[in-house]
Design a binder for this molecule. Structure first.
Ligand SMILES: [Zn+2]
Length: 68
């Protein structure tokens, strides 16, 4: 974990064995799973690539995404 890592990607495996990822703010505890710490730019790129942002900590709001 580095000082610039304000976000994280959490990888989870669903009940059906399907792997998926979500983007979170650093302090979010909603999802547990394999974590990868990322900085704001990496979080932005992930969201741009279609990785969903967490509905609770709303990393997309923090990064200025406006997809409504
Ligand atoms: Zn979250």
């Amino acid at each position: 974990m580095t000082g610039s890592a304000r976000f994280k990607i959490v990888h989870k495996v669903s009940g059906g064995g399907e792997e998926y990822a979500t983007v979170h703010q650093r302090g979010c505890t909603v999802d547990s799973g394999e974590r990868r710490w990322i900085d704001a730019h990496e979080a932005w790129v992930a969201l741009s690539d279609g990785v969903p942002g967490c509905a609770y900590c709303r990393p997309d709001d923090v990064l200025g995404f406006d997809d409504d």
